[in-house]
Design a protein around this ligand. Structure first.
Ligand code: C2O
Ligand code: CU
Length: 546
């Protein structure tokens, strides 16, 4: 195994990813930032300098479990204090499994400002994947706002509440196209700026490509498609999938997939690659890129109409795709057949003292001043609420199909303490939101673990009967999973990674409005914490006595 060293500087720079000029948070001048390329078992060392001038920073390695290094998870308020402007912080962790992962800022809503990238972990030399391909490409999908992240975040935590609204454009590998005719002149929006010429994926006729597709959208659930080309899904969140063929791939924020495509169509032309919003009534133009058959010019737009993707409100299509994702034969990790604890998380929108919030079992998450990892490890009991939030909700009386009659909730920074090495089931239960916009999909992401996806179902989860329908034979393992509109999703994981881990909706505005929880397990097995993660809250100027 090797050591892969990276030296990164995070900075704001003016860029025009969708032709509209704004300040973008970059790494070494780029958004998406550099791709981390490593082999299974390698150690990745990232020396990260915060040159954002006035903003704090932390970077999370999304999908990397951080076994033995919970302090390198990069989650501000959970695993570390923020990296202050001018400071340098070093992350060091092992990439223990091959697959497709992501990284992104995990401080406030900074991810939305453009600070993100891909992690590609390949197999060690001499080992090969259970499928064949000639070339490997990474593509990150994103949605994009023209307002600053600071303005968006402030609006969400203000009275009156100011919602972020639908994004202005969709980016494919950092490039999109906003309609500049709606805007303020060429100094702000310039349709012929080369920075916003569409991303071109060049293919050699006859060859097979592995596309590693990740979504880091702020809000949108997406469908991704390539004109005239089917895709074979082979990997999800670092796990091999029993291959299945799709015309369009639904992908939720925080998920990654590998699909295989064959460049076997008429090679005399290029083809459209498109992405469109699903799950919310869209008000964002579709993202466009070009599948460029070599040697055609990569900028030559196909003369055909770009595929529009499925209708946004077709939930059953999306549920069907979720249900098709199974673990690949020969690579199945069988889940424990029973669990030690079941936690049901009802996701609702609430109002707390005039603020609009999201909550889980009527508790809206707030960050503590001292990161949990430090507070729990050093038993600083005054640093967060010692009462754990509830394991369930009022299953009998709660009507998930209607606006709740009492929108009150509480806020808390209490956490769930899991017994080390136990098996935990989490049921995500979706419901109607507070206003008339009904129910929307939430992609939930778990730090520090992969979980088995045991099942999905429509309506209210039935504690007695639905567990009998779980897939305990070949469930896929993932780190991010959607809970569909008015539906439930059941997960199982082993609490076997000593540390403190966030579990939250990956929609940036939802998490910042309180849609998350924190799990602790095996804290006594966590080694000495590096002092580099301290320096805020109760740890300012050294650790206090408990
Ligand atoms: Cu990719 Cu806590 O997030
Ligand atoms: Cu959400």
């Amino acid at each position: 195994a090797k050591i892969r060293r990276y030296k990164w500087e995070a900075k704001y720079e003016y860029k025009s990813p969708d032709c509209y000029k704004k300040l973008v948070a970059t790494i070494n001048g780029k958004s998406p930032g550099p791709t981390i390329m490593a082999q299974q078992g390698d150690t990745v060392v990232v020396e990260l300098k915060n040159s954002l001038m006035t903003e704090n920073l932390a970077v999370h390695w999304h999908g990397i479990r951080q076994i033995g290094t919970p302090w390198s998870d990069g989650t501000e308020g959970v695993s570390q204090c923020p990296i202050m402007p001018g400071e340098t912080f070093t992350y060091k962790f092992v990439v223990d499994r091959p697959g497709t992962y992501l990284y992104h800022a995990h401080y406030g809503m900074l991810r939305d400002a453009g600070l993100y990238g891909s992690i590609r972990v390949s197999l060690p030399d001499g080992k090969s994947e259970p499928f064949d391909y000639d070339y490997d490409r990474s593509i990150i999908l994103n949605d994009w706002y023209h307002k600053s992240t600071h303005e968006l975040a402030t609006g969400l935590s203000s009275i009156p509440f100011s919602w972020v609204g639908e994004p202005q454009s969709l980016l494919i590998q950092g490039k999109g196209k906003f309609d500049c005719s709606q805007s303020l002149g060429a100094s702000v929006c310039n349709a012929s700026n080369p920075e916003c010429s569409p991303y071109a994926l060049t293919v050699i006729p006859g060859k097979t490509y592995r596309l590693r597709i990740g979504s880091l959208t702020s809000l949108s659930a997406l469908s991704f498609q390539i004109e005239d080309h089917n895709m074979t899904v082979v990997e999800a969140d670092g796990h091999y999938v029993e291959p299945f063929v799709v015309k369009n791939l639904f992908i939720y924020s925080g998920e990654t997939y590998s699909v295989l495509i064959k460049a076997d169509k008429d090679p005399s032309r290029n083809y459209w690659i498109t992405t469109n919003v699903v799950s919310r009534s869209p008000n964002t133009t579709n993202g466009l890129a070009i599948l460029n058959y070599y040697p055609n010019h990569p900028r030559r737009s196909p003369s055909t109409v770009p595929p529009t993707g499925p209708y946004w409100d077709n939930v059953s299509l999306r549920l069907t795709q979720s249900l098709s994702i199974k673990s690949r034969q020969g690579f199945i990790v069988t889940p424990p057949q029973t669990s030690d604890r079941m936690i049901v998380f009802l996701n609702t929108q609430n109002s707390i003292n005039g603020y609009v919030r999201w909550s889980v079992n009527n508790v809206s998450f707030t960050h503590p001043h001292t990161p949990y990892l430090i507070a729990v490890k050093h038993n600083l009991t005054h640093e967060f609420d010692q009462t754990p939030p509830p394991d369930g909700y009022d299953f009998v009386n709660y009507d998930i199909y209607n606006i709740r009659n009492n929108p009150n909730a509480t806020s808390s920074n209490g956490i769930y303490r899991l017994k080390f090495n136990t098996t935990v089931d989490v049921i995500l239960q979706n419901a109607h939101s507070m206003n008339s916009t009904k129910s929307e999909t939430h992609p939930w992401h778990l730090h520090g673990h992969d979980f088995w996806v045991l099942g999905y179902g429509e309506g209210k989860f039935d504690i007695y009967n639905d567990p009998k329908k779980y897939n305990l034979v070949n469930p896929i393992m993932k780190n991010t999973v959607p809970v569909h509109n008015y539906s439930w999703t059941a997960l199982r994981f082993k609490a076997d990674n000593p540390g403190v881990w966030a579990f939250h909706c990956h929609i940036e505005s939802h998490f910042s409005m309180g849609m998350g929880v924190v799990f602790e397990e095996g804290i006594e097995k966590v080694g000495d914490l590096p002092s580099s993660i301290m320096g805020c809250g109760a740890t300012k100027g050294g650790l206090p006595r408990p």
